[in-house]
Structures are given as structure tokens and as C-alpha cells.
Design a protein around this ligand. Sequence first.
Ligand SMILES: NC(=O)c1ccc[n+]([C@@H]2O[C@H](COP(=O)([O-])OP(=O)(O)OC[C@H]3O[C@@H](n4cnc5c(N)ncnc54)[C@H](O)[C@@H]3O)[C@@H](O)[C@H]2O)c1
Length: 833
Amino acid sequence: MSSLASDADFWQAVAFPLPYRVFLLIGLGLLGWATNLHGLDALEVDAVTALDLRTDDSPPRLPVTQHPSGHSMAPALIRSAYQAFLGYAGICIVSWLLYVWSVDGDPSRVDAYGHIPALTALFLLLLLVCPYDVFFKAERTRFIHAIRRCLFSSTQTPILFSDVVLADIGTSFVKVFGDIWLSLCMILPGNTLLDSPAQEGLLKWVMPVVLSFPYAVRLRQCLIEYNLPSNESKKPLFNAIKYATAFPVIFFAAAQGIVHGEHHLFRYWLLSVFVNSAYSFWWDITNDWGLEALRTGTEVDTDQYASKLLPHLRTPLIIRPPFSSTSTSASASEFPSASGSPVLSPSLSPTRLSFENAYPLEEKDIPRSLRKPYPWGLRPILLYPAMIYPLLATFNLVLRMSCPAENGDLLLFFSLDLRRLSDAYYWPSIPTPPWAAALMDGCFLRLLDYLALLPLPSSTQSTPTTFTMKVLAILYEGGEAARQEPRLLGTVQNKLGLESYLKSLGHELVDADTFVYLLHSKEGADSDFQKHIVDAEVLITTPFHPGYLTRELVEKAKNLKLCITAGVGSDHIDLNAAVDHRIQVLEVSGSNVVSVAEHVVMSILLLVRNYNPAHEMIERGDWQVSEIARNAFDLEGKVVGTIGAGRIGYRVLQRLKPFDCKELLYYDYASLPPAAAEAVNARRVEDLKDFVSQCDVVTVNCPLHEGTRGLVNAELLKHFKKGAWLVNTARGAICDKDAVAEALKSGQLNGYSGDVWNVQPAPKDHVWRTVKNPLGGGNGMVPHYSGTTLDAQKRYADGARKILQNYIEGKEQDAQNIIIGLGKYETTAYGQR
Ligand SMILES: NC(=O)c1ccc[n+]([C@@H]2O[C@H](COP(=O)([O-])OP(=O)(O)OC[C@H]3O[C@@H](n4cnc5c(N)ncnc54)[C@H](O)[C@@H]3O)[C@@H](O)[C@H]2O)c1
């Protein structure tokens, strides 16, 4: 029955059959993961960020890197990794003890109790995919996400660093995949746990396919990297060839099982092993280890070294020298590394310099993960004596030549795995002897090498290689309309068109569990907005479905650096709180001003001409012209005035000019340039009461701030001409809700129209929805949409993306978009200060 070679093998198969050996290797992998995270943290390497290990929705056990408290998240993550290992080990050990106790050393009972490891495997698998919040849900979810990304990522999307590492770990565990397949076969009825089942017919090819799978995943990643339009390097192609050379080794080995006796296939296999091993060895030494940069001690030419190893690490934010507001150049001595040894900063790009000049930076303005001169705490130089490296190279050569891709010998597999574990996990946490440390240093360079391999979304100098910030976007649910009309960009469905941009950075806009959130639940303590604002770095909102960022929330948002208003009007942000907390606020100035100006002119006309009651009459089936005409007028000959003569106010005046109004007036603390005022023939009135008392029509076009909140109140309305019309498309809270309703009801106002409300969405019973003048007309209210026509949406979505992009790339922002710079107002539109 058994072809087992020795008694030792036989008793191993009885007491420790293959499924348990697989459990053991997976457990070692988990432990290696935990210890390596631990070691990286001890060395101040920010693995949490580098490997994208954040689980933003997770409980405090595993929060994001940039915790609001400013503390590193690594300890929590490391604890979770150890705990997950202990939990896993506990399950496996209990299962194994039960198995050993049941079998009691009797080979004839082995298969009778084969269901114990089988059920254990099933239980572990169900635990991995369990949707309930038990057993490290956040970590499990992220792991599954990462696997999904590894297997199904788009060919247009740059590969994440973490996915490269995960897939590479897959190639280290290739034998484990094979053993999983064998274990599956062994526990099937008719087979035995004591021996590998015979693989007949097509089944013979399953094993090589399984073994090839991890190589195929890495090969695909390399080809994606190579084919990205932004890639200019041949390196991903050469790396792809390395993985491709593994397939002949695996398949020739499998083919030998089919033929009998001496066969020339053996020679092909040997050749493929040599090619695979030699090529992998060459690759390790020249690329993964970066040994061409090897120098000793003081002879290290850091300039040359940096240009070789850090060519792609040029995210301006990442390589920003620490906390310098004035730096124009950098030398090796200026920026001490985490370890205190000198490192140099790559030369600074002009865009970055101008950004820093525009926004002098202080330490707290820079995300913690980016405050070090090199990303994630990594060092750019070899730290061990040069003589270590030839030894390492020899060691690598021996292992490479003795462990071709398909090698099935368990002992060699273990040594291979040790090498691969050290290779893939970079550092152990325990103090290591010098040779081991040197080995790790080689691996450490490999990490740098990985970083250099990361594809850039575009070929520009300042394109980032990492994007670790959390962006919170509050958009509204667009329903069926948004699904049918992709130009409805301000909706959750169409995501402000940000998706393709963020994908080009390797990130997805999703509702949960990654860097970027899209939300529509925005009110109340339980809202997603309140939950996620605590660690967001960027907040994107629109005025149409505003996320109200109060001072209280600003104080909770410890990581917030930038608020982007996709549109015009940032009053939903507590701007003074933003100043106090050095949060920048930018909007897409001018993006929808024409849209609003057109709406204002339309609203003036429909009120003055008594349009809405006329249309309602027609819908009702009535026809009584006198009912309408008694309150219908011409705009010609009327006095029209705007409160606020900025971009919108001025465009309203321009559009009104051909109507031959009696006079166009404006009230604004900033006077129009004489030529501009003359062009529209507008006269400035400096006193507000005086101004409204002269107007037949008043239109409000100023921002909402402490100087304009409730500006049009009962007192001011008394000074309006009796029967004047009021149009407000600026902000609902500029007009006192009840005072306006009363004025309309009483006839002091003949009409009120606009699209903005003091709370949005407006409650169903909001008085402005239904209030009428004494003649049953005069209401032109609509939902907030004047500035969100499809044309406007395109402009403000493009503008919002540009602001985000500038921020990520460290480029200068368009000055006209900046409402709040670092710690101060950059515009006078939000009140005189
Ligand atoms: N309904 C919509 O869809 C929509 C769309 C865009 C903008 N808006 C609103 O319109 C406002 C104006 O937009 P804009 O692009 O013309 O802005 P803008 O900055 O170009 O102009 C605002 C003008 O208001 C003036 N102003 C400020 N406070 C004032 C006060 N107390 N009294 C008189 N004038 C004052 C400023 O001096 C400035 O000239 C925005 O802040 C926003 O609230 C609404």
C-alpha cells in the first residue's frame, strides 16, 4: 500500500500528515508576518503605510496609520498579527491533538480520522470569509480584498506595492499550494492520508498548473507594469521573463512523470532549471540587491547611489525635507536620516519650490508618514561591510541552483522557504547575527527596489508613487437619473469623475475599507460623515448636498489638511475654525457663475411677469387672463440691484443690460473697477437700506458669512419698496426664513425666488415651499440646482480633481481658488477682516 521511503517518513505520515504540515507552513507564514512587521517598526520603517495595511473601518485594534491622536498604528497592527497567529495556531493545535489522540499511532486508523484535518481546513476557510465581526474581521477583509486585487486588477491600473509583495509571497508558498491540492486528493474517498494519490490522465497536469499559478500572477503584474503608458523602463519586462522561466521547469518536471526510463525530456528540464536559476540569481544580485551601488564606508557616493536607487521616489510630499519653509536646495548634511546618519535629498523640483513658497510649511502641516526625508523610514545606503555581499551572493547561488521552481524535496523546500521568508519579509524582529543582518540588508534593498519598480501614473517629475491619504467625498444619491446620465457628476454614482484619476494612482473610490470614501449619510452623530472625518486628510463636498463641517467636527478631524468645495460657496465649512486649525479650504471659483447668473435672470423674469401662477392655471385647465395679468409687469423700466457684485453679481448685471432697466445698482463693500461698472452702467449704493429702498428687484449674490447671515431680515424688509421682488440664489441663510415668508404673505414682497435654503435638503414642511403673496403667486422656489447644470458639473468636477491633484503632487494651487490658505483667509469675499 505504501511507497513511503523510510520508517521516519511513515511515522511522519501517521502522526503529522500532509494537511498538518500545510497548516504549519501557513502558521509560520503568519508568524513571519508578525515578527517582520515588528522588526520593521523597531527600525522605524512605516510598513503600515508602505504595504497599505490600513483598515479604515476597523475597530481601534487596527486603525489607520495616521491615527487622530498622532500615534503610530503599527503597534496595534503588530498586536493583531500576533493575536491572529495565536488564534490560528490554537485551532490547528487543538485539531492536531484531537487527531493524534484519535489515531493513537495506529496507521490503520489514519484514514478513519482524516475528516479531522479536513473539517479543520473547512472551518479555517469559513472563518476567513465569515461576514460577521468576529476573529479579526478588518484584517480578513483586507486580506481578501488584496487577493482579489492581485488576481483581478485592471490591466490599466498601476500595481500596488502591497500587491507585488503579496504575489511574491505567493511564489514563496508555491509548494504549499501544491500540498493543498495533494491534501485535498488525499482526503477524498478511496485515497489515503498515508501516501500521495496517483494522479492519472488529465489530473497529472493539475499539479503543475497549481504550482505555476503564483508565477502567473506575478508575471501578469510585471506585464501590466511594463505596458502602462507611464512606464519607460524595461525592468518590468526583464522581471516578467524571470517569472516566465519558471513555467518550463514546472511543466518539464511534470512531463517526466509521464515518460518512462531515460528520456531527452530530462535534458530539457535540466536546461530550463539552469536558465531559471541562473537568471533568478543574476536578477537577485543586480536588481533586487542593487549591488551595483555597493561602496564601503565613507566612499559611498550618495549622489550616484540615490540616482540609482531612488529614481522613482520623487513624490514631492514624500521627499520633502523636514519642516523647511525656506529651503531652496538640499545637501547631504542638511537632512539627518531616522538613524542619524546623513542622507541626501534628491534635488527639488521647481513646482515644489513654488508650492512651498506659496505655503510655508510647518511640521504639523505635513502628514506624519511623509515627514521623514525618505519614505516610510527607509534608508538609502548599505550599512554592512562590503565583504558580506560576496558571501551572500554565493549563498544565494547555492540556494538558487539547488531549489528550482518545482523542487519538491521537503528539506530543500524548508531552506528555500527560509530564504524566501527572509527575502519577502525583509527583517526579523529578534537581534540577528551579522551575517543574517547582512542578508536582511540585501532584502532591505530589495524593498527599495520594489519601490523603484512601482509604476508612475504619468511621466511627469512630480507624480507620486504613493497615495496614502484618506479622502472623504460627500456626494448625494443620484438614483436612476445618475445611472442613466453619467454627466450627473456630483452624485455618489458618478463620483465627480474622480474614479479614473484615483485609479491611475492605484486606488479606488469605494464606500468603505480603503483610502477613499464616498458618502451621502451626512447628518447626526451616527452619520458616515462624522465617523470618517476623524482621520480624513482631504474632505470633498459640494454646496448642493453640503456636509456641514462645524467647529466641533473640525476639532475632531485631527488629520484634516484640505477641504475642497466642488462648486462655489464654502460656507458649510466653519471657515474660522479652518483658519485656527490650519486647514486649507479651496473651491472651484467661477465654475458655475454663468449657470447661476442665467438662473437669476430667469427668476427675475418669472416673478416680474407672474409666470408660475400662469403656468399652474394652464395645467389646471383654467383660462382667466385677468387673474394673471393683474400682477404681471415688464422688466424694462424697473430698478434692479444686486447685493454682491462679484463674479455672479456682475454677470447678472451684464445679462440685464439689454432689458433696458431704469437703473442697475449694486451694493458691495468692494467697488467695481470703474471700467467694469461703466460697461454695465451700474451705480454703487453704499448704504444697504438706501439701496433696497431704491430697487424694484433685489438679487442676492454674496457669500454667506458672519456679515451676511440673516442680512435680509424683518428690519431690512421694511425698507424694501412695497411689492418688490427678491431673488436669492446665494445662500438660504442670508435671508431670514420667517421674515421673508411674512413679507410675502403680507404683500410687502410681491415675490420670492431662489434655489438655496437654510438647511439642505429642505424639510418637507419648509414654509418657503408653499408661501404665496396675497394674490396666490410670487413663489419661484426650486431645489438647489442653479449652479449644477450638466455644463457646470463638468467644470466643477474637473476643477475639484485639479485641486486634489495639485495637493497630491505638491503643485501650486490656482490662487483664485484659495479661500483659506494655511492659517489665514486668502479672499476678501467672505467678509471684511
Ligand atoms: N445657487 C447656486 O447654485 C450657487 C452657485 C454658485 C455660487 N453661489 C453663491 O453665490 C455666492 C457668490 O458667488 P461669486 O462667485 O459671485 O463670489 P465672488 O467671490 O466672486 O463674489 C462675492 C461678492 O460678494 C461681495 N460681498 C461679500 N460680503 C458682502 C456683504 N456683506 N455685502 C455686500 N457684498 C458682499 C464680495 O465683496 C464679492 O464682490 C457664493 O458665495 C455662493 O454662496 C450659489
